[in-house]
Each structure stands twice: as C-alpha cells, then as structure tokens.
Design a protein around this ligand. Structure first.
Ligand code: MN
Length: 278
C-alpha cells in the first residue's frame, strides 16, 4: 500500500528482504529520568511485542537537560543486559544521538521517550529532556513520541496508564503513518486507564512565571540556590494541553522544531533598514 501524499512509509527502500518479507520496525526507547526510572520500565514492557525494542538511557536523572549534547568529555556506554538495554553517562539527547549515529549497525525507525515522571506541558517542552530525546529522533523520518505522566495529588503514579496510551499511539502510527518528522508530545493524566476521557489534540499552553528560586545555606555556611517550581498554567483554556489533561483527556500536541517567527520577518527587515538615530 502506498502511503498518502506527504506521509512516510515505515518500510524504507531496500529494507525488504529478498524473499519479500517486511523487516520488523525497530523502536528506540529513551528517557530523561535515567535508566532505572519506573516510567521507562513500564514503557518497555508495554511496547514489547509491538516491535524489537532497544533502550538507550542516561545513567542518572537528567530532567531539565533540554537539548544538550556532551561535547567536552567522552561518552561511555554500558550494557545493562544482553543486548537491548544501554546506559550512557550523558544527556537524553546524547543517548538518542549516539543510538542513531553509530552505536548500532542497524537503523531505528522510531523513538519513543518516557514515560516521564511529571508533566511536559506548555513551556515545559523547552526544558524537557524527555521531549528533547524525541526531537533528536526526528532525523529518522518517522514521527517520534514523547510521553509524560502528569502527576496528580494522591493515588498515582499510574505509569501503566501512560505506557498503555503510548502503545496505542505507536500501533496507530504503524497503521496510519503521519507526516515525517512530526514530534508528538503526549501528556497523560495520572488516572487509572478506565478513567481517561479519551484523546484530545491540543496546542501548547503557557505557564505563569516560575516560582522564586529557593535560597539556603550549605553545611559550611555558603549560599546555595534551588531552581524553583514551575509556574501554574496561565494560558490554559480550552484547546490547550493544560486544559485537556485537567479534564481527564490524553493531550497530544504536534510539535515542530522551526522556531522562526515567520510573521516578523518583514517587519524586522524594515526595522533594520531604518536609520537607528543617535
Ligand atoms: Mn524527567
């Protein structure tokens, strides 16, 4: 079957074996909470059986690492088990970058990142290592998926719910490929699966300014700071990711990497053309 115009086939040219068998899709799992994280284990379990899974994850919690690469120190790769679980002393982006640029002698078809322990709503995506790992997979030419569990007070965490949602989305992507290089940012309410209201396609909302940094003293009397908590949702009305999750829906936001403010190109040209004055 030919994919729709603009869609991308999961079977690449030259990847069909001689006897016509379609090789299995290979999925790379990554996260930013570190290789021991519960959400990653649930995700791996949920996707086992869908496709061959390889995990490449950081050796520690890298939440907030954003899209950073490690360039000044060497990266080391350790195997946790036989051949499907790798740990790197780097960032989430390092993990995916290495995995798709030389760690393996085969190509992956899709990156699934998560399940993050905490929301990646609105402005969070700029700081998120979970989303960064998914974005790094965009070169693969298939949609990549970042999945986060939006913590709620009491009852959770329902990582199993988020992992099951991830499985549903991956199966859907296999059946109906989306336009290439689309990044899906998925936020799942921290609820039992049966309590979910369904899926909602959303845009990113916006948070209030973050809470103040927390100042303290270390045991030797020197001043230290902790980055404060994220602000509450500000632009959080209907249509936003905040609103969907708050109402029990799985939020699915299509992301793109182009940060250009296209609408400002003309006015900025004019601005530069005008004399600046003294
Ligand atoms: Mn995290």
């Amino acid at each position: 079957m030919r994919p729709e115009d603009g869609a991308y086939s999961i079977v690449r040219p030259g990847r069909v074996t001689r006897d016509g068998e379609v090789p299995a899709l290979k999925i790379l799992l990554a996260n930013d909470d570190g290789y021991r994280a519960e959400g990653l284990r649930f995700l791996r379990e949920a996707l086992t059986g869908v496709a061959p899974i390889t995990v490449v994850a950081p050796d520690r919690n890298c939440s907030g690492a954003s899209h950073s690469l490690t360039l000044e120190v060497p990266l080391r790769v350790q195997r946790v088990d036989e051949d499907t679980w790798y740990v790197i002393n780097g960032t989430p982006t390092d993990c995916v970058h290495l995995a798709i640029t030389g760690l393996f002698d085969f190509e992956f078809d899709m990156v699934v990142s998560g399940v993050n322990d905490g929301a990646n709503l609105g402005d969070d995506v700029l700081y998120s290592g979970t989303v960064a790992a998914a974005i790094e997979g965009r070169f693969l030419g298939l949609p990549t998926v970042a999945v986060s569990l939006v913590a709620a007070a009491g009852g959770g965490p329902h990582f199993a719910t988020a992992a099951r949602v991830a499985r549903e989305l991956v199966l859907r992507l296999l059946a109906r490929p989306l336009h290439r290089s689309m990044i899906l940012n998925v936020n799942v309410p921290d609820l039992p699966y049966e309590a979910l209201q369904g899926f909602e396609v959303t845009r990113l909302g916006h948070r209030h300014r973050a809470k103040a940094a927390v100042r303290g003293l270390d045991p030797r009397g020197r001043e230290i700071y902790w980055v404060g908590a994220a602000g509450a949702g500000q632009d959080a009305g209907p249509g936003t990711d905040f609103h969907a999750v708050a109402n029990g829906f799985v939020s699915v936001t299509p992301l793109q990497v182009d940060l250009t403010r296209h609408t400002a190109l003309e006015s900025l040209r004019d601005w530069l053309r005008e004399p600046a004055g003294e």
